[in-house]
Design a protein around this ligand. Sequence first.
Ligand SMILES: Nc1ncnc2c1ncn2[C@@H]1O[C@H](COP(=O)(O)OP(=O)(O)OP(=O)(O)O)[C@@H](O)[C@H]1O
Ligand SMILES: [Mg+2]
Length: 256
Amino acid sequence: MENDRVIAVANQKGGVGKTTTVIQLASGLAKRGAGRVLMIDGDPQGNLSLFFGSDGKRDFGELLAVLRNERRVALPEFVRRNVRRNLDLIPAGNRDLRHEQSDADIVATYDVFTAFVRSLKERYSYIIIDSSPSHSPLERLLIRSSDAVIVPLEFQLFSVSGLESIIDEVRACSEGTGRDIRVHSLVFTKAENKLNRVKSYREIFSAFHLPVYEVCKSEYITRSLEKSRTIWECGPASYAARDYREILAKGFPVAP
Ligand SMILES: Nc1ncnc2c1ncn2[C@@H]1O[C@H](COP(=O)(O)OP(=O)(O)OP(=O)(O)O)[C@@H](O)[C@H]1O
Ligand SMILES: [Mg+2]
């Protein structure tokens, strides 16, 4: 687990809390002060980038094109430094990547992008990658570059088949790269204890034998996104902050 330093947050289902989870975990890791943290906005919707505001840096889509064509990039052109203390971001513009780059283009970028991300491990303690809600070569590119994948999801029966499909995807990426890429954990966002069904869901999902976390449904998360303030800034004493803190403590242990 100590080697899980490049984390992709992925689920092909939309609106399950991927971007929220990237924001809170990455900013939480940066707050520790044990090295710098980089976020990569791998979702062309650019929600993560919107949260942190824009400053005209070149975006993730351009980064892929430059890597593919020139094999190397001038990193400062793409990295927004210090969106928070110790926290950097490679932003995505709100653009339709699919119109600009074909699936074959993305596939042709797999290896050079992985090499790029892995070279960044020298500079960053953690790299946290947001992804778009789709099974696509783009999602695969992001997972292939990672050490482990966090899967946010909701307590619904439909989530089971979605989860099986993302586990298959992670396995395919691992086989494709010849590197061990694992599912880091499942994060149930918007968890509501009062639902009677939750107990049976907990049982169903325990069959996957993966670490499971729950983040309660919280007004503070809604507020966090509306105000572009992390949970540590707008509700450090909230239950949602407690829940994300638990993921940080158990899922990202500090080296002794
Ligand atoms: N713990 C929570 N409590 C309340 N609302 C939440 C919580 N987590 C996420 N949400 C809400 O769920 C919605 C979707 O969250 P988010 O944008 O993070 O999902 P996503 O998986 O990144 O979506 P997309 O697939 O479109 O990229 C947001 O409106 C957010 O406020
Ligand atoms: Mg998102």
